[in-house]
Design a protein around this ligand. Structure first.
Ligand code: 2HA
Ligand code: ZN
Length: 283
């Protein structure tokens, strides 16, 4: 079977296209990576190139030694992934130290993996460890409303989480652990990757101020669904704040506690703080 016909490749391409259709991937914005199962690596092994040269990752990820990832290419446009996946995405192999990678398939017209490879792999390394290998997907998108909110809300995990939770009853059920926030940093390198992966120890979604968001998940559906749920909550919050600087009513801390009981989830008390007259945590 051709690599393009493999189920995980088709799911990857479909998800990338759905993100494009949401308006989250202008030009070459955003990137996606998927950690293959051993079975998937075996199923494609006889179709891989074996002459790719090794490149520095730009970060050290010993926890990912020998793993294979399907990744989007740097400078490639999400809108073209469904049209010509072989030219837009690549299958890469990590070396036995977790310092280098080489391309084993894809990017047939040339190119390299996403400029955010350090952040993707540092996040994968954390998530592989903390989920016992369950999480396989890291997704970065330029989600319009989350970006807009990063100009008007304090860049604080507690405030972003609480304000987003209040925007739809489903939100705390979908992301009970909350969302992390990285202040503005230069993208494309190790430093922002480390800051993001530290937050990924606790969260499955991390906002990059004035840039976008990273989500981690087990399946393509759940990872896309997490990005979609958070961005929709952000859209509602933008609408609420556009109509009025204050809320007439909202979901209260005690209602969140009742929801947690009813849905058998844990909502950390740190997000259920008392608010002052400006809607900020009471000092
Ligand atoms: O251009 O989104 O963060 C790809 C990106 C960089
Ligand atoms: Zn980006």
């Amino acid at each position: 079977m051709r690599i393009l016909e493999r189920r995980f490749v088709q799911a990857f391409v479909q998800m990338a296209n759905e993100g494009y259709e949401q308006g989250w991937h202008e030009r070459n914005g955003g990137n996606l990576s998927y950690r293959l199962t051993e079975h998937e690596v075996d199923s494609v092994r006889d179709r891989l190139l074996d002459h790719g040269e090794w490149h520095e990752i730009g970060a050290s990820v010993p926890g990912l030694a020998g793993e294979f990832f399907l990744v989007t290419g740097t400078g490639k446009f999400f809108r073209n992934i469904v049209v010509d996946p072989e030219a837009s995405i690549a299958l890469i192999e990590i070396d036995e130290k977790g310092e280098k990678y080489r391309i084993r398939w894809g990017l047939v017209e040339g190119g390299l993996p996403t400029s955010e490879l350090p952040t993707h792999l540092l996040n994968h390394e954390v998530k592989k460890r903390v989920t016992g290998g369950k999480h396989r997907i890291i997704y970065h998108a330029h989600t319009t409303n989350i970006i807009a909110l990063s100009y008007v809300l304090p860049l604080d995990d507690l405030i972003f989480t609480r304000e987003l939770w209040e925007m739809a009853t489903e939100c705390p059920v979908v992301f009970p652990e909350g969302v992390g926030v990285v202040p503005w940093m230069v993208p494309g390198g190790r430093e922002i990757g480390i800051a993001t992966s530290e937050l990924m120890e606790e969260y499955n979604a991390v906002i990059w101020a004035h840039h976008g968001m990273f989500c981690s998940g087990e399946t393509f559906d759940s990872t896309f669904g997490l990005m979609h749920t958070i961005e929709k909550a952000a859209e509602i919050l933008v609408k609420v704040r556009s109509m009025s600087p204050t809320k007439l009513q909202t979901i209260t801390p005690d209602q969140f506690r009742a929801l947690a009981k009813g849905f058998n989830i844990t909502l950390p008390e740190k997000f259920l703080y008392e608010k002052d007259e400006n809607g900020m945590p009471k000092k």
